[in-house]
Design a protein around this ligand. Structure first.
Ligand code: SF4
Length: 108
């Protein structure tokens, strides 16, 4: 994070380590402009520039905890339940992937 040669843009549950050749989002203002930046609001899950810090994973865990309450509510409308269940499964996958990638015994 302290490396000045990296262009880092924090987002919700993710951190963009920006490299325009591999960016999948809309870039602003344009590729031929030296001020080009990523559009983190339109971040694409498959982009190779995505990194996740422990803080990002904590954000995902908090969202997952809220979603677990929603999907456990049997009175929740079916359409909402399905949407939230899919989002929860995605978050759990990201969290598990992050935890598998940790060094043995490490917490970061
Ligand atoms: S898609 Fe996301 S990770 Fe990729 S460059 Fe854009 S904001 Fe960064």
């Amino acid at each position: 994070m302290a490396n000045p040669s990296l262009q880092i843009y924090p987002g919700k549950g993710m951190t963009c380590v920006f490299s325009f050749p591999t960016a999948l989002c809309e870039l602003e203002p344009a590729l031929d402009d030296a001020r080009v930046t990523p559009g983190t609001d339109g971040c694409r899950p498959a982009c190779r520039n995505i990194a996740r810090t422990e803080e990002n994973i904590d954000e995902l865990r908090a969202e997952a905890a809220e979603l677990r309450l929603i999907v456990a509510d049997e009175a929740s409308p079916k359409i909402r339940w399905g949407r939230e269940r899919r989002r929860l499964a995605h978050l759990e996958s990201l969290i598990a992937e992050h935890e598998r990638g940790r060094p043995e015994g490490g917490t970061t």
